[in-house]
Write a protein that binds this ligand. Sequence first.
Ligand code: PEP
Ligand code: MG
Length: 322
Amino acid sequence: QKTEWAKLINEQTVTKDGEHVELAANIGKPEDLNGVLENGGEGVGLYRTEFLYMGRTQLPTEEEQFAAFKTVLEDMEGKPVVIRTLDIGGDKELPYLELPKEMNPFLGFRAIRLCLEMQDMFRTQLRALLRASVYGNLKIMFPMIATLDEFWSAKALLEEEKQKLLSEGKQVAEKIELGIMVEIPSTAILADQFAKEVDFFSIGTNDLIQYTMAADRMNQRVSYLYQPYSPSILRLVKMVIDAAHAEGKWAGMCGEMAGDETAIPLLLGLGLDEFSMSATSILKARSQILRLSKKEMKNLAEEALQMKTTNEVIEAVKEIMK
Ligand code: PEP
Ligand code: MG
């Protein structure tokens, strides 16, 4: 199987009925790019920048971040690279920020919430991103967006830093796509409004599932509720994809679900444009998608959306994959 997959490294990801989707990779640091290229990644769908901030005793400087972003953009040679701004808090702590302990870190002061308050830290990252933008095909993504006001505030800071850089004579790419993670149910529900404001969505199912089911993604006791194939999750995913398409925008997914063998037929049928996963899953996913018809998967997804339980959905996928 490995040798069969290896032949697909330079192939396009096209369904049996001729529809192209993009298979991108999730990375945590520039060194992960070797794996992305070796596995035929068509882009980076999620660069988790928090690793630049972790395992050290102080914040990374603008130069350090700029160097990392520039390397990733250059190594991807013009292929799309979605860099997510700092997503700290929840399961990822930064001891040197000395934030007070919270009762519910996953529902607390994290990601964009923290960045909008700790503006100096956020602005430093935005400057590094803007300066790196001229070295490749950069798309910037904000994590944990719950309201349009958060998006507008973050966008305004980005715009301010861009104007500052330009007035300092620094170069910034003319057009940088600006998107959000859809990982909070409020944002999925209001996706039609968000779609008018953003350039793209990336659905973060790792968090979207935990917030929809009210089941901590790290808690074994309630892991039976962590159900990616639940019709409730599929309906949310559909809302997000349809909302994006209605405004001519694209929708991707960068949660674990995007690389999952059972989920892929459903996501293809729901019209997902970009699947971002760990690099080692890409060739397997490509080999699977080459054998699927998007039209048939659309029928499968439509049936799944009307089902009552996760088990019914799993059985339906099994049946069609036979
Ligand atoms: C997600 O929530 O699905 C996601 C991709 O982000 P993270 O796993 O970093 O929270
Ligand atoms: Mg998340």
